[in-house]
Design a protein around this ligand. Structure first.
Ligand SMILES: [Zn+2]
Length: 467
């Protein structure tokens, strides 16, 4: 049971964690863990995750959970909820800091693998207590655990860490010095390139009030906030392709092309590749092209797995369009780089070898450079009258991600938040069925009961995503 929590394959649990840690050697957070080589095989790397979830009709709760970095699988079987807090009782800055301090305490206990001598306030337990009598003895047969990463969406990261540098500020990135003014330049000589902040730099640049209590969690640093990538490029490339085919067409004519030419191409690609096509036929609203000066973007009707297929399909589609219109080659190259990047991620195990890591990172960079060029050409041609390629801080994530992949050889597919988000949703459903006055307490109790009767979760999760 315990080994199952550590790794997918019980027989190689020790090997899996050993492999994980040996890949972390040389990374900044790892040097701060003080983990010895001989302890790799018995130390579980722990990911923390936090996310907001809607409860009842219009309230929100924050859920913290944790899991082993070496295990994938059903969210309810591989992750554990740590705590839940209602947004209405959150005091800005202090509540999440208090949680971080508790997490710091838990991690310091987990690091030793032994029952603690002191409580979370540093006070020794009363002499006759059960806690005092077991203090110092192993609770998991010598296994220990260390912090390995923090995962949250952009909003969660700002809330949990109080970052002054965040996507809505002028300095958009907590990891490097990218700003609103310069992040759209993806060339090697861009001002922010190679300016990753170290943990010490982060601590020194923060006022005491803004310093995240996550500094109490040994190993945490802004650099260890892991991120996925979300794609907005598909709609832009596809729209421009259709629009260049007839520069004088009306929006209604464009919509007709989307619903017919484009949609048929997508459907037949899905049939040829044995993929289940999405049932939402393309139209102006779903591709975010209701006006010429609004940036196209795939609507939220298209979910993660569908978008992923669409990356592959649109690369294939644009490949066929090469040479038909002025920008067709650039668009084809951009989407092709993105699709190859995605393919490397999909087809490789948890860690790339050095060569593949470098290639994967380079495809991400090549994509960004083509996209930057498309955006610049488009601006030069149409100005504000017709806009097509949005450059949001999200694209900047890919710069950091490429650097991270090259540096750590980690396959980001193993760090996505899908499973955590799934768990958060399920807890949200449990919370919504409780009485508002005792929601936090009752939810955690029911969660514990559900863990014991995992059958309940299993039947609920059966229809959910299995990634
Ligand atoms: Zn950055």
């Amino acid at each position: 049971m315990f080994y199952q929590w550590v790794s997918d394959n019980l027989n190689v649990a020790g090997q899996a964690v050993q492999e994980y840690w040996s890949h972390c050697e040389g990374l900044e957070f790892f040097s701060r863990l003080n983990l010895k080589k001989e302890d790799y095989a018995t130390c579980i790397p722990v990911y923390w995750h936090m996310d907001g979830v809607k409860v009842y009709k219009n309230q929100k709760a924050w859920i913290y959970s944790f899991c082993s970095a070496t295990r994938k699988g059903l969210s309810t079987e591989t992750k554990l909820v740590f705590t839940l807090v209602r947004d209405t009782i959150v005091q800005k800055h202090s509540t999440h800091d208090e949680i971080a301090k508790r997490i710091g305490y838990c991690m310091s206990v987990l690091e030793t693998g032994r029952f603690p001598h002191v409580d979370e306030y540093g006070r020794p337990f009363p002499q006759s207590s059960a806690q005092a009598s077991r203090a110092g003895s192993c609770y998991a047969g010598g296994w220990t655990a260390r912090f390995a990463g923090f995962k949250a969406d952009w909003e969660g990261r700002v809330v949990a860490h109080k970052f002054e540098r965040n996507y809505s500020a002028h300095n958009i990135c907590e990891k490097c010095s990218a700003t609103r003014a310069n992040f759209g330049n993806f060339n090697d000589d861009a001002a922010y390139m190679g300016t990753r902040r170290s943990f010490d730099e982060y601590v020194h640049s923060c006022s005491a009030r803004r310093l995240s209590a996550w500094v109490n969690v040994r190993g945490w640093c802004p650099d260890r906030n892991l991120e996925g990538v979300a794609m907005v490029a598909i709609a832009s490339c596809l729209c421009e392709d259709l629009e260049e085919k007839d520069p004088h067409q009306t929006l209604a004519q464009l919509e007709k092309r989307m619903g017919e030419e484009l949609w048929n191409s997508y459907k037949s690609w899905c049939a040829a590749h044995r993929k289940t096509p999405c049932s939402h036929r393309f139209n102006l609203a779903r591709l975010g092209r209701e006006q010429w000066n609004a940036f196209p973007e795939m609507g939220s009707t298209y979910k993660g797995a569908v978008i992923k297929d669409m990356i592959y399909w649109s690369a294939a589609y644009l490949w066929q369009q090469q040479g038909t219109t002025p920008g067709s080659n650039l668009r084809c190259h951009a989407m092709h780089a993105l699709a190859t990047f995605q393919k490397k991620i999909d087809e490789n195990p948890g860690f790339f070898n050095r060569r593949v890591a470098r290639e994967t990172a380079n495809y991400a960079r090549v994509f960004l450079l083509f996209y930057q060029r498309l955006a610049a050409d488009d601006r030069a041609k149409f100005g504000e009258v017709r806009r097509c390629y949005k450059l949001t801080p999200k694209f900047h994530c890919m710069v950091n991600l490429a650097e991270y992949i090259e540096h750590s050889c980690r396959n980001p597919r193993f760090e996505h938040c899908y499973a955590e988000e799934d768990l958060t949703r399920q807890i949200g459903r449990v919370a919504s069925a409780t009485h508002p006055r005792t929601m936090d307490y009752t939810t955690l109790h029911r969660y514990r009961a559900l863990l014991q009767l995992t059958g309940v979760f299993r039947s609920q999760a059966a229809g959910g995503p299995r990634r």
